[in-house]
Every structure is written in C-alpha cells, then in structure tokens.
Design a protein. Sequence first.
Length: 199
Amino acid sequence: MKNTYCTIYLVRHGETDWNVKKLIQGQKDIPLNEKGRKQAEKLSGKLKKVKFDAIYSSDLKRATETAKIIADKRKLNIIKSMAIRERYFGKYEGVSFKKSKVIFEIINNLMTNEKKNAKVEEEQKMIKRFISYIHEVSVQNLGKTILIVTHAGPIRLFLINLSLRIYKNLSEGDIDNLSYVQLISDGVSFEIEKTKGIK
C-alpha cells in the first residue's frame, strides 16, 4: 500500500548570518554561514540511509546550498522553484525582530491596502503557491521518496493548514534551522509521520 504514497522530507535551510542577527529575510538571497553548512552536513549524515529519488529546493541560496550538502554524493539534480520560496515581506525585509517579536503580528494585521503599499505578500497567497507545488511534486513521485528544502514560513503555514490542533499556535521561532517534517502523501492529502526540531 505504501508504494502508492510519496514520502516527503520537508526541510528548513541551515543558519544564515541574518538568522543570527534576527533580521527578517523573506526573499532576500542570503547564503548559509559556516554553522549553517555544518548543520546541513550533520543532517546529511543522519539521512544518509534514505534513498531520495528526487530533490527539490527553493531557488534562494540558503535553501539550494542546504539541498546540495544534503544531496552530497547522491547523483541527483536539484530542481529549483520560486513556488517554495519564503514569503515576501517587502519593506520589512532586513528589519530586526530581536527586540520586537510582535513584528510578524504587526505585518499580518496590516490592512490589505497597507500590505500592498509595503509590498508584503499575503499569507494566503504564499501558502497557496506552496501547497499547489507540494501537491504537484507528490503526484509526480508516488511510490518514491523526495527531499524538499524550503523555509520556516512555508513549513509553519503548511502545518497550520493541515488543521492539526497541536500546530495552531506555531510561531516563526518554533522551527529550527535544519528541522524537518517527514510526510506521506497520496497526491491529495498529507499525513505527518515524524517531525524533528519543531517545537
């Protein structure tokens, strides 16, 4: 029966200097720092027995670098997509949330016109593009195991959208770098098998 399902390892990228500085990254193309590369190498070792049939990644550097390190000696091309990028935060990208952890709440509570003026992507728009893509690759990989490297924002909203009560209060800081969700999908619905690094 399991061969009719796609097994997905949904992974957050490694640490960047902006993560350390507590700056909103959004779609700014920030690379991994040294610790981030080591984190990815460590996860690569933990997943070395997993036979990935395909590897997908956000097209932003921090995700593609992570995917390449986890892929390691596996002879697979990394398929990049803008659809699984982090949410675009417009003028708030580069803003510190170290002192004001309510910054995301402020952003999310902006009126529609205010969001347009600040060029902030609506949460609903981001999760729609993300879930559409995850559905698409699941259907393409039924009976296979795939790696998807993305960002904290999409993972958080994806878990919330699965309507699981335990994740309804999941915040931006609850998903560590290189944390992951192991899922199975029949191409229509998703079921969580395991999580690592998600509070």
